[in-house]
Design a protein around this ligand. Structure first.
Ligand code: C2O
Length: 543
């Protein structure tokens, strides 16, 4: 295993998109940011220097960070942010994971432009892909673009309590593509392919708030991995990828030489919630196909929940699941959007003079500001110091029909708090994630830091243990780091708490994390050094 060193300088760069010139935050002036390519078992040392004007942190999305929670990155959870002028070196090893992950800023909405791919190949000379080695590999980062500075978009929304503006374009590798008028067409991302060859296409959904359907005209895709875990090969013409998720597919270019569109557009599961309804495109161009005009794939309608579900429920883990035979912690977490009352005398921009507030088990997550939760835990200044409390509820405070509409707000008024749920080292944890319809039902991509988990089942309506427990796939469930909890439905996940530290769990729609749809697990140390969190690095930023 090797050690790789990278310098990431967070700095402004000027780019033109949709005919407008904007100064954006980037890493090393690149947009999207640099691709990091490693082999399984390698270590990464990344020095991040902040030459921008905002606080920043970098999160290695999906990397397990075994015992190295200090390198995970979410601001005020595992570290204080890197101030302008400051720097911090992330050091960690990537072990036991192969496929596609990514890195992104984990501070306000900076990740709109501060993100890049993290590609993990099998250990050289020791391991190999569980499929024929592809002729080429094509990383594709799907993103979202605002004409305004995204930091201003979220600040305005936070001030008023209203929903933030939807984005002005979806992007492929930073380019909106040629359906946005003449502005962007010449910059449409184009990938050269060769007749008869098979490519490994690594899709990453780096969009802030948009789940995406993805298709390639004239070509089917064979899914072989998701979130850096291999899957049984699954052939399809449409993918649904939620923010935070990755999907690796094999594509054989077996069509007449020409140009074929790759297209992505929103899967917008919520009723009456505004969304970016545009379509982003890129082009696969065969050798000798330059002269032709590209053909367009058919994508499902924006509200086609059946298509989204058909895709997500078809994925199976390649390897037999190693599931603990018994569950030590059985948790039931509601995830959803609600509303806060506006303080008296104030005017708020949410529906009927409210502020949007999202929650898990009715607790709307608030980040600390003077120290990170991990630092507070490590130095044992916890409850007394008022940084966090360890009383996150294992179950919702009240039981009712979570998926019914028009639930009285008196029954479900989110409460702000910085609460963690404590887990003993090695505990087998099952979490039922139950979507709610208090404000509007929505598909929530729930991500857990520091862990991969098995998705045992998912369904619609209220989870019913007696009935739905029978549906659990205990044989070959997919392993992921982000699960798309179906709109007005539920998903059941399992993992073993073998990584000590403080690990954020949140909806990967940034609008929802802004509103508080998050909580953190505090996993205690086990016995001895190898089951304990490492000491913090000397250059860990302080607040
Ligand atoms: Cu992609 Cu909290 O992360």
């Amino acid at each position: 295993a090797k050690e790789q060193y990278h310098e990431f300088v967070v700095q402004e760069a000027s780019v033109t998109r949709l005919c407008r010139n904007r100064s954006i935050m980037t890493v090393n002036g690149q947009f999207p940011g640099p691709t990091v390519e490693i082999n399984e078992g390698d270590s990464l040392i990344v020095r991040v220097t902040n030459r921008g004007r905002y606080n920043v942190t970098v999160h290695w999305h999906g990397v397990r960070q075994m015992r190295t929670g200090w390198a995970d990155g979410p601001e005020y959870v595992t570290q204080c942010p890197i101030r302008p002028g400051g720097s911090y070196t992330y050091r960690f090893t990537v072990g036991g994971q192969e496929g596609t992950l990514w890195w992104h800023a984990h501070s306000s909405w900076l990740r709109a432009t501060v993100y890049g791919a993290l590609i993990i190949r099998p250990r050289a000379g020791v391991a190999a892909y569980p499929f024929k080695t592809p002729a080429r590999e094509i990383p594709i980062l799907l993103g979202e673009w605002w004409d305004m500075n995204p930091i201003d978009v979220v600040r305005t929304a936070t001030r008023t309590g209203a929903a933030p503006n939807v984005s002005d374009a979806l992007t492929v590798n930073g380019q909106p593509g040629d359906l946005y008028g003449s502005c962007s067409s010449k910059d449409t991302a184009t990938f050269a392919v060769k007749s008869g060859e098979t490519s490994l296409v690594r899709f990453i959904n780096a969009a802030l708030n948009t789940e995406l359907f993805v298709s390639i005209a004239g070509h089917s895709m064979t899914v072989v991995g998701a979130d850096a875990s291999y899957t049984k090969p699954y052939s399809t013409t449409v993918l649904m990828i939620a923010p935070g998720q990755t999907t690796d597919v094999l594509v054989t270019f077996d069509q007449p030489p020409g140009k074929y569109y790759l297209a992505a557009r929103a899967y917008a599961s919520a009723q009456g919630v505004p969304f970016d309804n545009t379509t982003t495109t890129a082009i696969f161009q065969y050798d000798g196909g330059a002269g032709s005009s590209p053909s367009m794939p058919t994508l499902p309608a924006y509200n086609d929940t059946a298509a989204a579900t058909a895709f997500t429920t078809s994925l199976r883990g390649l390897r037999r699941a190693e599931l603990p035979s018994q569950v030590d912690e059985s948790l039931f977490f509601t995830v959803g959007v609600g509303l806060f009352n506006c303080s008296s005398g104030e005017t708020c921009g949410g529906p009927n003079n409210t502020r949007f507030a999202a929650s898990i088990n009715n607790v709307s997550f608030v980040l600390p500001s003077t120290v990170s939760i991990l630092q507070a835990h490590y130095s044992q200044q916890s409850e007394q110091q008022g940084v966090f409390t360890a009383d996150f509820p294992a179950n919702p405070p009240v039981e009712f029909d979570y998926t019914a509409q028009n639930v009285s707000r008196a029954l479900w008024q989110p409460v702000p708090g910085t609460k963690v749920y404590k887990l003993k080292y090695g505990a087998a944890v099952q979490v039922v994630l139950q979507g709610t319809n208090i404000f509007a039902g929505e598909n929530h991509p729930i991500h857990i830091h520091g862990y991969d988990f098995y998705i045992l089942a998912q369904g619609f309506g209220n989870f019913n243990a007696a009935k739905d427990g029978l549906l659990f796939n205990l044989d070959d469930p997919p392993m992921r780091n982000t699960v798309a909890v179906p709109v007005n439905g539920w998903a059941v996940i399992r993992f073993v708490a073998d990584n000590p530290g403080v690990w954020l769990m949140h909806c990967h729609l940034d609008v929802h994390i802004t509103w508080g749809l998050a909580m953190a697990f505090l996993v205690e140390d086990g016995v001895g050094e190898l089951q304990s969190l490492q000491a913090p690095p000397p250059d860990l930023p302080i607040c």
